[in-house]
Design a protein around this ligand. Structure first.
Ligand code: AMP
Ligand code: MG
Length: 283
């Protein structure tokens, strides 16, 4: 009962979907279904995803060097944590590494901006999820003028070179920007203040970031214009409907894993001989 009319790898690709300012955050491009069918499809995709993840993990254990990196970006409240929980939650934690990137610590800021990123890359066989990433270094850093323009401008080329090198060494990179509307952000912020179980997510600083909405849109647009490459494609995920964003990211991940043509590693021992040995064991 899959409602996909066109895969998100194509439909949601930054260069296909158009400008971030023109994306309707309530839309569900390529998916002809509602919240109910979305939940059903997510569960179904989850089974495919976890089977593919196990093959990737098995390949890594058998000497393969491939891995997958999901980069999540988006304004505050866009739902990055929900993707980690609901899409990451479909997978085996043994094969998954999740890393969140906040304001650089003292130690981190003493290194190049890619230093902490390199340290968190998924090992062979793993799927890594970045909750924020090196793109923060051309988003808030740009918007708040934390470094001179000549510095952040130079980072697009550095990022492209870094990602190309990463892709060439066996990491499939899937970049996802969750696109939430200003109205939906207001309602999510308000909800965080109504529910004691959500206070921990409320950050008064988010209001200052919201005041810079248009500057962020401009910074995001330049990110897509400069760094949506075939080695490391960007996807824009309409995210006002949480169920769609989760489904779309899960589906993107499945499409990426399917493109790896994974197979179970063959035994590096004589199966028949081992069967005989096991059969001969005392009970
Ligand atoms: P959260 O994702 O809610 O934990 O918030 C993390 C905060 O750290 C956000 O306000 C980010 O914009 C900020 N942040 C992450 N990376 C950087 C960076 N490289 N430079 C400045 N701020 C950053
Ligand atoms: Mg926050």
């Amino acid at each position: 009962m899959s409602g996909w009319t066109s895969g998100p790898r194509k439909t949601l690709r930054a260069r296909t979907i158009g400008a971030i300012a023109d994306v309707d955050p309530e839309s569900t491009p390529g998916y002809d279904g509602d919240k109910k069918s979305g939940a059903h499809d997510l569960a179904e995709i989850g089974e495919t995803l976890s089977a593919l993840q196990e093959q990737l993990y098995a390949e890594g254990r058998s000497g393969g060097d491939r891995s997958v990196l999901v980069v999540l970006q988006g304004m505050d409240t866009a739902g990055k944590g929900g993707i980690v929980r609901h899409v990451g939650g479909l997978m085996d934690p043994q094969g998954l590494t999740v890393t969140g990137f906040g304001k650089p610590t003292q130690a981190e800021s003493e290194h190049d901006f890619l230093w902490r990123i390199r340290n968190a890359l998924p090992a062979p066989g793993r799927i890594g999820i970045f909750d924020r990433s090196h793109y923060e270094d051309v988003l808030p850093v740009r918007v708040h003028e934390l470094v001179p323009e000549s510095v952040w401008r130079g980072r697009y080329d550095e990022i492209n070179a870094f990602e190309a090198e990463l892709a060439a060494s066996g990491t499939s990179i899937v970049k996802c920007a969750l696109v939430v509307s200003k109205a939906e952000q207001k309602s999510r912020l308000a909800e965080r203040l109504e529910r004691p179980d959500k206070f921990w997510k409320y950050d008064p600083n988010d209001l200052a970031e919201r005041a810079l909405w248009d500057e962020y849109l401009e910074a995001y647009q330049e990110v897509f214009d400069r760094t949506d490459t075939d080695a490391a494609p960007w996807h824009l995920i309409p995210a006002d409907r949480k169920w769609f964003a989760r489904l779309a990211v899960a589906r993107l991940l499945v499409e990426t894993l399917e493109s790896l043509d994974l197979s179970w590693p063959p035994a590096d021992f004589d199966v028949e001989a081992q069967k005989k040995r096991v059969a001969a064991l005392a009970d």
